[in-house]
Each structure stands twice: as structure tokens, then as C-alpha cells.
Write a protein that binds this ligand. Structure first.
Ligand code: MG
Length: 164
């Protein structure tokens, strides 16, 4: 049995008139995140943490933003694809912890809904996923509501008998 850690980071620009998706949840807000997919930088950071934990490449190489197949795709579907890939290699998530930094909207009331969405995809109990929402104290591009950033760490367990 091997325990491995992975780290992910992502930042996306906010643009008025777009739908906002964060943590797999559609959130009512006048601005949404710009991206080839639905722009869900929380899920993207989680995906990069998972890929990093198993020494794989990053989300951009796995799901290129030049591929029309991924245009507008829900990031939770991409997370599901990554989890299937990990499970084929007998890798399971032990726990994950996420910090999302957004000046607005207030994300704290939505964290339980994000967990409802993400825990089943990750295959973890609710106490194995941490999500913390912070503002940027009004500072910088995040503070001016121009962007949302996210950091994620995951711990995974590689079961014996992993396929080559
Ligand atoms: Mg991204």
C-alpha cells in the first residue's frame, strides 16, 4: 500500500453575464468564470491535485482546450473521468482539502451543497473532503472580483496489484 499526496492550483477570470460554476454547483451571480469548460476552477484544482498525486500530467494536457469535445463541458464530468482513470489503476482518494478564494459571492453557505456534489464523485465520505471559502480582503484581482482562485491537496492510496 502506497500513500501519495497531490497539489493543485487554478485561477479563472470572472466575466459578467456568464453562468458561475464552483465546486460542481451552479451559483446565482452576475458573473461567471471564463474557461473552455464551465470554468469551475475548484474542480480543476482538485483534478490537478489527483493527477499530481499519481505522477500524471495536468488537466490541460488530459482535456485540451483546443478540443471541441470539452467545450462548455461540466468540470464534474471531467473529474468523473479522472476518478475512473485512477480506479482502473487501483488508486482511491483518502481525503482532499480545498481552499477557494473569491471576493464574491459568499460561498460559505454553498459548501455543503458542493460536498453533496463532489463526495460521491471522489468516492469519499463527507468528513474526507474539506472546502474552505475565503475572500481576498479586497486585495488584487481576486479582491476586485476579476478572478477566483483555488488550491487543493489530496491524499490517495495506491492499492497493491496496481496495473502497469
Ligand atoms: Mg482551469
Amino acid at each position: 500500500m502506497k500513500i501519495k499526496i497531490g497539489l493543485g492550483y487554478d485561477i479563472h477570470r470572472l466575466s459578467r453575464g456568464k453562468d458561475l460554476y464552483l465546486g460542481g454547483v451552479k451559483i446565482p451571480h452576475p458573473a461567471g468564470l471564463v474557461g473552455h469548460s464551465d470554468g469551475d476552477c475548484l474542480v480543476h484544482a482538485l483534478i490537478d491535485a489527483l493527477l499530481g498525486a499519481v505522477g500524471e500530467t495536468d488537466i490541460g494536457r488530459l482535456f485540451p482546450d483546443t478540443d471541441p469535445a470539452f467545450k462548455g463541458i461540466r468540470s464534474t464530468l471531467l473529474l468523473g473521468k479522472v476518478m475512473s482513470r485512477l480506479r482502473r489503476c487501483r488508486v482511491e482518494v483518502l481525503n482532499a482539502d480545498v481552499v477557494v478564494v473569491a471576493q464574491a459571492p459568499k460561498l460559505a453557505p454553498l459548501i455543503e451543497t458542493m460536498k453533496d456534489t463532489l463526495c460521491p464523485i471522489l468516492g469519499v465520505a463527507r468528513d474526507r473532503l474539506g472546502i474552505k471559502a475565503k475572500t481576498n480582503e479586497g486585495l488584487g484581482i481576486i479582491g476586485r472580483e476579476k478572478a477566483v482562485a483555488c488550491w487543493a491537496v489530496v491524499l490517495v492510496e495506491e492499492k497493491a496489484g496496481k496495473k502497469a
